[in-house]
Design a protein. Structure first.
Ligand SMILES: Nc1ncnc2c1ncn2[C@@H]1O[C@H](COP(=O)(O)OP(=O)(O)OP(=O)(O)O)[C@@H](O)[C@H]1O
Ligand SMILES: [Mg+2]
Lengths: 270, 275
């Protein structure tokens, strides 16, 4: 080994994701220039920054201590119950609509035209932010929880059907084939060959989506679509910042609680 | 009786998997189909119940022309054909009992299927079969908890409970160890004999074919190159099926291979080598 005469190589460079070094530096330069250009575009002066910081400090000061008075607690309770109820109803409705959409959007199950429709429905649902959907829903059916439920159900389809369709696309064909081979019709193949393979996933995704919907249903109230968001907005409008903080604390607690519960439940189904 | 005439299958990839295969499986016969990997054994079995759509040829099962049926009528005729798979193909998340009873799916409606409402005599039969295959007391165990050998026993029970007119068996032991393979083969052939079900079985291991079948069919490159009893399956014939070597002049099996077939074969083999 030691006598082997191969030229010693003492330098090494990690391979880069870019074609070569020049390209790499050009890409970096473009990123830096783009950042500078954006910063110039909004032109936040140092004075403006100071003013902002000061009013921020004031706001925080006026929030303490949070106001958990009896009237406030009652408003929070009403708002929170509506929020959680909206999330549950929207999850159920959304999942019920998602199930057929997911089967439509699974390439291995649906014929080409049906597949295209399924994918289109999912894309439409995913294209809009929930607040935009909520604004439209409020315009369509008026203020309140109904608009929130509509918006969240609509968003649920994009999430749930997309992930379930992906799972359906890699289910085990052998099990499906076995049910076809015993003389199972399409419906029985679905019941025995496909659904058992994705049931844990359906349960897990439902819980997961419920926890996301809780989070989202706290926010859609901002545009008038029901729930605790309206309570929060009202408190700001009335300059009751201490009440606003109380609402925020409850929202954080509920969202975290839902997240923990969802994680525990999902672990148990898997 | 299963009767297959001039079956051909060319896949979309232009792969000619079957090139005119004719075969009869008469009542309560056990026929083993052997042949090298890629010979078309699985394709043949799957064309019989039309899990794979044949390109040409006809399949008859007890007076029903399977190949003439429209797609919508396939479930009905498939009820009469039990299939056993190499990878068992049990529904993993269902219980042993649900898997066995799924063999009766052709006889309940979708709602009953969903509610698991099978006829009492089917349930009784399922218990009997579970006992027969040595899985008494396993009815509520989920299929994914079973060993390979146990899974194939469930697979056998699922096929037999169909009360099929034929059992189509594709490499039932290839996923099992040699010891388990023999036990499963013995079980399968015993039950078929008891219930008078004819069996067509694809199998890799020649020794198992010789031991458990009455007739052996050798498939090579999509054509039948041998048909005879286990005794007639000599070393020379075996080499011919598996390696394509010509059958020697003094081969005792020569008569069993039709005289028109043998020269044809040699041509095909040479063509195969050239291609
Ligand atoms: N779905 C398919 N599409 C295209 N070609 C296929 C398909 N299934 C099988 N084939 C080809 O058809 C030929 C016969 O395959 P088949 O699976 O029937 O052979 P086999 O005798 O069962 O082999 P093995 O012993 O390996 O299971 C092979 O050349 C294979 O590559
Ligand atoms: Mg095969």
């Amino acid at each position: 080994m030691a006598t082997h005469i191969e030229p010693e190589r003492r330098t090494w460079e990690p391979p880069t994701a870019f074609a070569n070094k020049t390209v790499k530096w050009i890409v970096y330069a473009v990123i830096v220039v783009f950042f500078l250009w954006s910063a110039w575009g909004v032109r936040i002066s140092f004075d403006r920054l100071l003013i902002g910081l000061e009013s921020g400090a004031n706001l925080i000061q006026s929030m303490f201590p949070p106001d958990f008075g009896p009237r406030q607690l009652n408003l929070i309770r009403i708002g929170m119950i509506e929020t959680v109820a909206m999330a549950i109803v929207a999850t159920v409705i959304g999942v019920v609509i998602s199930l057929p959409v997911a089967f439509m959007a699974a390439e291995n199950i649906a014929p080409k035209p049906v597949y295209a429709v399924g994918r289109f429905l999912i894309s439409v649902s995913r294209a809009f932010h929930e607040l935009i959907v909520a604004i439209i829903a409020v315009k369509a059916v008026g203020f309140g929880a109904l608009a929130g439920i509509l918006a969240l159900s609509f968003k649920t389809v994009g999430f749930f059907a997309k992930l379930l369709a992906e799972d359906l696309e890699d289910i085990d064909e052998g099990q499906i084939e076995a049910i076809r081979a015993v003389g199972g019709s399409r419906g029985k193949v679905l019941l025995y060959g496909m659904i058992p393979q994705v049931i844990p996933r359906i349960v897990g995704l439902t819980i997961y989506r419920w926890d996301i919907n809780i989070r989202h249903s706290t926010i859609v109230g901002i545009v008038g679509a029901g729930g605790i968001g309206i309570t929060l907005l009202n408190s700001f409008d009335r300059y009751e910042y201490d009440f606003a903080l109380a609402v925020i604390i409850v929202i954080v607690a509920i969202v975290l609680g839902a997240e923990v519960l969802s994680a525990v439940l999902r672990r148990r189904v898997q | 009786m299963l009767s297959v005439i001039d079956l051909e299958k060319t896949y979309e990839t232009d792969e000619e998997a079957l090139r005119g295969v004719s075969l009869e499986v008469s009542d309560n016969a056990i026929v083993a189909m052997i042949g090298p990997s890629g010979a078309g054994k699985s394709t043949f079995i799957r064309c019989v119940n039309r899990l794979v759509e044949p390109s040409a040829g006809t399949v008859w099962l007890d007076g029903v022309e399977v190949t003439a049926l429209p797609q919508d009528d396939l479930p009905e005729v498939r009820r009469d054909m039990g299939m056993i798979f190499q990878e068992f193909n049990l529904v993993e998340r269902l219980t042993v009992m649900e898997n066995v009873l799924s063999g009766r799916l052709g006889y309940v409606n979708v709602w009953q299927a969903y509610r698991r409402k099978f006829a009492p005599e089917d349930i009784k039969r399922a218990y009997e079969l579970l006992e027969r295959v040595g899985l008494k007391g396993y009815e509520n165990v989920r299929a994914d908890k079973l060993s390979g050998g146990q899974r194939q026993r469930v697979g056998i029970a699922r096929a037999v409970i169909q009360r099929p007119k034929i059992l189509l068996v594709d490499e039932p032991t290839s996923s099992l160890d040699p010891e388990t393979s023999r036990v499963v083969m013995a079980l399968l052939t015993d039950i078929a004999k008891e219930d008078n079900i004819p069996v067509l079985i694809n199998i890799h291991e020649v020794s198992l074919a010789e031991e458990f079948s009455e007739r052996i069919v050798g498939l090579r490159k999509g054509k039948i190159v041998f048909e005879g009893t286990p005794a007639e399956l000599t070393e020379g014939v075996r080499d011919h099926i598996y390696k394509g070597s010509p059958i020697s002049e003094d081969s005792p099996v020569k008569e069993t291979v039709s005289t028109t077939e043998v020269p044809n074969l040699r041509e095909i083999d040479r063509a195969g080598i050239r291609g």
